[in-house]
Design a protein around this ligand. Structure first.
Ligand SMILES: *Cc1c(COP(=O)(O)O)cnc(C)c1O
Length: 448
């Protein structure tokens, strides 16, 4: 019998109730917990074949890791507990001598890649990296300025994310919707009114560099600071293919190691100033991290070593591929943002797909053809367009690591257009995508 309480639980469930019901049906059919476990393994396998071997993954926040990095993620050390700072007197648990080796190698490798005085490796995600920065460098009630979502901003720097949790007053960084970067004059005027303690330059839709030096000079008038949330651009920065925030006025940079950096999903923080060292590290431990997945830290260290050897070439090819893809799509009639500036200086291009429908439906249709992208707000969208925005974000990190070059971007553009213009059924395009993907299975830019 379904009780009122059951109904309430169902109605308040945030996840898709149909998908959860399917899972309950599967578990109900299992005659033992062992078979339930097998169902989990089967789902993982299905994903590994589909996403791992048969799809064109063009999601900008994704990157495939090398076999070595992947192996380290399941290493024995992942079952060990280590918290605190590196070194036996700063740990609560004993038995950490080799863990100290792993973690210190990770920290020193990160410092080498990002040419910074300090680096932290302990956070599982960049959301927590951003919360660390807000906890360390602001107080509740402080004013900050951050980029709004339709021009590329991310929830972590807005009222609904860590900045909001910290109780900050969040004001918009004025963006130029055509140039797709900060409107410097409007920024200077607005910032002089608000006098933000911190200006966060964090963008998930990121095509062009920001005028960091000029912005730093403005906020320096009242002792404000620039925080660069390089979640997406982290790899491009480490590989010398984007602006270099720590040398252009940012006091601190966070980033997601699982995006262009192509390591295990993690939050990385790098900074140079000894004065903020204590507040930052106090916010990490004991505030936001206790045990910190040393398997992930080992994988991160291995990815950083790969980066030292291959990062520059790999990241340069990602950008070349993104520019080639932007050009190929534009030539085929798709409206591309930033076309007049060469489409992009990053791993992403943004299509305005209004001529073909809305971003959500088009991303779904591309998905049926094994082409994975995401819907995206673009500057002309309003907040109420959130679920059905007009844009599509397309990234070239994974296809580049699989060895694709500029000419392959033409083929990918043909596939995308075939879906957008209903030239063939998604099912037929899907078969062609699987064939096209077949020779591109091996991860490049690594020692394996
Ligand atoms: C992805 C993203 C984050 C969050 O990173 P996670 O590692 O997924 O937690 C933060 N800021 C920006 C700008 C992002 O794009």
């Amino acid at each position: 019998m379904v009780t009122i309480r059951d109904k309430q639980v169902l109605q308040s469930e945030v996840h898709d109730p149909f998908v959860l019901q399917q899972a309950r049906d599967i578990l109900d059919k299992c005659s033992s917990p062992r078979l339930m476990q097998q169902e989990v393994i089967n789902a993982v396998e299905r994903n590994a074949i589909w996403r791992g071997e048969e799809c064109l993954n063009l999601l900008a926040p994704e990157a495939p890791t090398s076999p070595t990095v992947r192996n380290l993620l399941s290493s024995e050390v992942g079952t060990r507990a280590a918290e605190g700072h590196i070194g036996s007197t700063q740990r609560w648990f004993s038995g950490t001598k080799h863990i100290d080796e792993i973690e210190s190698l990770c920290v020193e490798l990160l410092k080498k890649v990002f040419k910074s005085n300090y680096a932290d490796h302990r956070l599982v995600a960049s959301m927590l990296g951003n919360l660390t920065v807000y906890a360390a460098l602001t107080k509740p009630g402080d004013n900050i300025m951050t980029i709004p979502q339709p021009t590329g901003g991310h929830s972590s720097n807005r009222q609904d994310g860590p900045a909001g949790i910290r109780g900050l007053n969040v004001y918009d960084v004025p963006m130029d919707p055509n140039e797709l970067t900060v409107d410097l004059d409007a920024f200077a005027a607005r910032a002089r009114e608000i006098k933000p303690k911190l200006v966060s330059l964090g963008a998930s839709m990121t095509l062009f560099p920001f005028p960091l030096k000029e912005m730093s000079a403005v906020v320096a008038e009242w002792g404000g600071k620039i925080f660069f949330d390089g979640a997406h651009q982290l790899g491009l920065i480490g590989g010398g293919q984007f602006q270099d925030p720590l040398r252009e006025g940012a006091v601190i940079m966070t980033g997601s190691a699982g995006k262009t950096f192509s390591g295990p999903q993690s939050g990385i923080i790098v900074w140079n100033d000894p004065e903020i060292n204590k507040p930052i590290t106090d916010a990490i431990f004991p505030a936001l991290a206790a045990t910190h997945q040393v398997n992930r830290v080992a994988a991160l260290a291995a990815a950083a070593a790969e980066f030292l050897a291959f990062g520059e070439d790999y990241m340069a090819q990602i950008v070349k591929n993104a520019q080639a893809l932007g050009n190929a799509l534009q030539e085929r009639g798709v409206t591309m943002l930033g076309a007049h500036k060469g489409f992009t200086r990053t791993h992403q291009v943004i299509a305005d797909v209004r001529a073909y429908g809305n971003g959500l439906d088009i991303a779904k249709k591309l998905g049926q053809a094994n082409i994975i992208t995401n819907k995206n707000l673009i500057p002309s969208d309003q907040p109420e367009d959130w679920d059905y925005p007009s844009g599509l974000r397309i990234g070239t990190t994974e296809v580049t690591r699989l060895g694709m070059k500029e000419k392959d971007m033409e083929t990918i553009a043909d596939f995308i257009l075939a879906v957008l213009e209903d030239k063939k059924s998604p099912e037929n395009i899907r078969k062609e995508v699987i064939e096209f993907r077949k020779p591109y299975q091996k991860i490049q830019y690594c020692f394996d």
